[in-house]
Design a protein around this ligand. Structure first.
Ligand code: ZN
Length: 281
């Protein structure tokens, strides 16, 4: 995978900045440039709907403005659905997201891969691996030079803790984790929130998957509300206990390059906060 070589950590909004208003991608990219932000995660959360004209516009504007793009597949994905049709549709949604990423020049796609459906972890892992094999091979056949990134999930009912996603990533040369730090924090009901714990995450990723995984990073961060069952909802960073300052310190020390996508409800405000804090270090 050579699609992007990063020279720094880029700060991306999850979807269009709020002040885009009813504007389109063209306006959203202008706003990002005005705010000195580095790009955007295209949010296909309710389906991959983007016509050819928009794909071309997004691609050319991305290039003109030198922005970084990633894409989030629809929420309605479950590679472990016990109904074959739904599992097939999930594979299809991930492929469609990959094609949209290829057409627009996004470097990476992420998705919530599966639910355990009360099955044991090993069974689910094998099912997810089988379906990711199909996706990985199709991406290669169709020259979709885009990273496939299952996201670390926020709830215990969802497949995808850090170990599972690292284990899966090792099997494929076009698969890496999307590390959602807020999900890790919520899923563990409060862990993964100190300097030592963040260091451990990046050390594990680097040791297990190699330097590529840190040079070509795709992560998510937001404030988060959680309970005994994990993630409840995203919050504004300063209204949450998410220790983003220590995390950014660790990311800087590890020299992480790639994209950190901010999913806070105030979108661009927290993305700016993260970028400003990172560069103040
Ligand atoms: Zn997500």
């Amino acid at each position: 995978m050579q699609n992007f070589v990063f020279d720094k950590l880029n700060f991306l909004t999850a979807g269009m900045p709020m002040r885009t208003g009813k504007g389109s991608y063209g306006r959203a990219f202008e706003v990002l440039t005005e705010l000195n932000l580095d790009g955007m995660e295209l949010e296909f959360v309710h389906g991959v709907r983007m016509n050819d004209e928009t794909r071309k516009l997004v691609k050319s504007e991305r290039e003109n403005k030198n922005l970084i793009l990633s894409a989030h597949a629809p929420f309605y994905v479950n590679l472990n659905s016990q109904e074959e049709e739904k599992s097939d549709a999930s594979v299809q949604r991930i492929i469609e997201t990959g094609l949209a990423a290829k057409d627009t020049g996004a470097f990476s796609i992420t998705f919530h891969a599966a639910y355990y459906m009360k099955q044991d972890k090993e069974t689910v892992y094998q099912t997810v691996k089988r379906r990711i094999t199909e996706i990985s091979e199709l991406f290669k056949r169709e020259n979709i030079d885009v990273w496939i990134r299952p996201e670390t999930t926020g709830k215990g009912t969802q497949w995808g803790d850090l170990d599972e996603i690292i284990r899966l990533s090792k099997k494929f040369d076009n698969v890496l984790p999307c590390i959602d730090f807020s999900h890790l924090h919520a899923r563990s009901v409060g862990k993964f929130n100190t300097y030592e714990e963040f260091s451990k995450i990046l050390e594990t990723v680097g040791n297990e998957l190699g330097q590529t995984a840190l040079d070509n990073f795709h992560g998510h961060l937001a404030g988060i509300d959680y309970g005994a069952k994990g993630e409840k909802k995203h919050l504004i960073l300063e209204e949450s206990d998410m220790n983003y300052k220590e995390l950014l310190k660790v990311m800087k020390e590890f020299g992480v390059k790639g994209a950190l996508v901010c999913e806070s409800p105030n979108i661009e405000e927290d993305t700016m906060l993260l970028k400003e804090y990172y560069y103040s270090l």
